[in-house]
Design a protein around this ligand. Structure first.
Ligand SMILES: Cc1cc2nc3c(=O)[nH]c(=O)nc-3n(C[C@H](O)[C@H](O)[C@H](O)COP(=O)(O)OP(=O)(O)OC[C@H]3O[C@@H](n4cnc5c(N)ncnc54)[C@H](O)[C@@H]3O)c2cc1C
Length: 577
């Protein structure tokens, strides 16, 4: 993966495969260090080391002999995609996750192997930095190689443009899960009346690598089947539970786990949050040519996995309570998670217009920010701004500098009660802006991007249709804080109130509940940007450390966490002194 951002991309928005980076050899010195994590085994030829769909597979290092790795193809056959020899190691991205194996591996001839069990692999990844980086990089490139094999992975059957099929595909793409789409045209399911219901109710369908087919699976079912979700351990009290895997949550997870805290992330859809839906983030430091939100999120998730973070993907947090100092979160399906501290990073969603086809044009003509980046699409063209608040007014004025004309649509009778007077004056005096009051967008049309917009004046009934390709929707954002209602203090708009000034612990991220912190877009008065979300997620962990240290005596002794290690380390230090 190049650091310069978007080089050559494909449907997955990944670069071309690089076998040289996917299959690095370990050095003799590295293998010697790895011996303490594994055990040597000598196996005859043709012994399966792991099979497709198997979870938590071990890693094998070839000391002598050979291993072949097979990927199944569309026609039920297998293709050799890797041939491991002395000092090569097996495994791809699923070494770091709980996903079932996409490939199977067998010894080619009698082979002497070093088997590293999964629990030892996790220790190794923390303790052997250089080897961990080599394994992480190789696993990414191996997954990129598998993604580029058009016949590998699971099969998703459905109709093009069907919302359920699109939702499943989006989920697989956002989780970098290899799949093939088999488009079943709608007319093929229009069978005689008796059969029609059955066929309609069986698509979309997903055929898994073990040959089973799931009909109309929910995202949660699919995530569970593929091992994309790692369910929380009911016996465990985590040091930190992060709710939300947008930029702020991913940053919090990386910093928490890299500093030794036992960390789980709960994410209701897919890693990346709002940023994951952005085709190119241009203002994030270090990526001069921009980076897609999905790629940024995938990298951050990998970084977190490398440090041992668990991810419960597609599991929404429904409620939170605190009993005897321990936070108990309940996830969809009644799954409990117990934790000493919680970082709420559940973000916000821009309010959307209620118009048919709206989702089809998000990021393809419908935007939620008017920055220099969006100006490029608007030069010498008519554009629409929707909303009566200051952000909409600023956007209209900003865009009027380059657009041919700005059509400013508001539902109210004027801007007077919702916008600052200086903005109203500028809008009124601009010959490049026309204000449409009492108006609403009622129709959007286009192909791969927005081409035409219709709006209607609800008072007069007058309807206007214009060939417009850019609509800026600025009608506010709604925080994803409903699950905390009645638990933490929220502001009038539902954003979480944080900070010492309100008498909470003296950190900018503490909420009204001890040990619960909030970062990113869900936090009241936060700056709604990727960089600030990442910054908040990173720095909140020092507050979490302080909280855990201050309250260490309140928590029951638990052998399962970094806190226990902290306790025994300080006890040891005391004994020694
Ligand atoms: C289309 C688009 C383009 C953007 N472009 C830019 C840009 O170019 N530059 C920039 O700086 N900013 C941009 N932004 C804004 C930026 O993406 C956000 O400020 C940033 O993503 C906020 O990060 P966050 O982690 O706080 O929240 P989010 O990104 O909102 O992530 C929150 C996550 O929490 C999950 N979640 C919510 N509720 C629950 C629950 N109950 N249980 C479990 N999980 C939950 C959500 O599924 C989501 O994944 C853009 C936003 C959008 C929508």
């Amino acid at each position: 993966m190049t650091d310069s951002g978007e080089s050559k991309t494909n449907a997955w928005n990944t670069p071309d495969p690089r076998p040289d980076l996917a299959f690095p050899k370990l050095t003799e010195e590295m293998v010697e260090r790895l011996r303490s994590y594994g055990r040597e085994e000598t196996l005859p030829a043709n012994v399966p080391l792991f099979t497709r769909g198997e979870r938590q597979v071990d890693m094998f290092i070839v000391l002598d002999g050979e291993i072949d790795v097979f990927l199944s193809t569309a026609h039920g056959e297998s293709k050799i995609i890797a041939h491991h020899q002395r000092f090569d190691f097996s495994g791809e991205l699923n070494l770091l996750t709980s996903q079932g194996s996409l490939v199977e591996a067998r010894t080619v001839k009698e082979s002497r192997l070093l088997r590293i069990p999964r629990n030892e692999l996790q220790k190794l990844m923390r303790a052997e930095g250089d080897i961990a980086n080599l394994i992480t990089s190789a696993t990414i490139w191996r997954r990129i190689g598998i993604l580029s094999e058009e016949t590998g992975g699971i099969v998703l059957m459905g109709h093009a443009n069907d919302a359920e099929t699109t939702e499943l595909q989006r989920f697989l793409i956002r989780n970098n899960y290899p799949h093939r789409i088999v488009d079943v045209p709608a007319e093929q399911v229009s069978l005689p009346d008796d059969d029609m219901f059955d066929h309609e109710s069986t698509l979309p369908a997903v055929t898994l690598s073990d040959g089973r087919t799931l009909h109309r699976p929910t995202i949660t079912q699919l995530a569970d089947e593929l091992g994309i979700t790692e369910l929380p351990d009911p016996e465990m009290i985590y040091d930190v539970t992060v709710v939300g895997a947008g930029p702020s949550g991913l940053a919090a997870a990386v910093y928490a786990a890299s500093e030794g805290l036992c960390t789980i992330v709960i994410e209701s859809t897919a890693p990346g949050g709002q940023a994951g839906t952005s085709s190119k983030i241009e203002n994030y430091l270090g990526f001069p040519t921009g980076i897609s939100g999905q790629r940024l999120a995938s990298r951050a998730q990998l970084q977190a996995l490398k440090f041992g973070v668990r991810f419960a993907i597609s599991r929404e947090t429904i409620t939170a309570e605190q009993v005897d100092g321990i936070h108990k979160l309940t996830l969809a399906g009644g799954i409990p998670v117990r934790s000493r501290s919680v970082v709420v990073a559940s973000g916000a969603q821009y309010r959307k217009l209620s118009v048919e086809n709206y989702g089809q044009f998000e990021n393809r003509g419908i935007y939620y920010a008017a920055t220099a980046m969006e100006l490029a699409f608007c030069r010498e063209k008519d554009v629409i701004v929707v909303g009566g608040g200051n952000s909409a007014g600023q956007a209209a004025i900003f865009l009027s500098g380059v657009a041919k004309h700005v059509h400013h649509i508001v539902r109210g009778k004027s801007l007077a009660s919702t916008m600052s007077q200086y903005l109203i004056s500028r809008i009124e005096s601009s010959s490049h802006i026309t204000l449409y009051t009492h108006s609403e967008i009622v129709n959007l049309e286009g192909g791969s991007s927005l081409e035409s917009v219709t709006w209607i004046n609800r008072k007069t009934g007058e309807s206007i249709v214009k060939p417009i390709g850019s609509v800026f929707v600025m009608i506010g954002a709604e925080p994803n804080s409903g699950w905390l209602f009645g638990t933490v203090r929220l502001d009038k708009k539902g954003f979480i109130v944080t900070g010492g000034t309100d008498g909470f612990e003296s950190t900018p991220y503490a909420t009204s509940v001890p040990g619960m912190f909030a970062v990113g877009d869900v936090r009241s008065k936060s700056v709604k940007r990727v960089a600030s979300a990442v910054g908040e997620g990173s720095v909140v962990i020092s507050d979490v450390h302080r909280y855990l240290a201050d309250h260490r005596n309140n928590f029951a002794a638990e052998p399962n966490s970094a806190l226990a290690a902290l306790r025994s380390a300080s006890a040891e230090a005391t004994t020694q002194s």
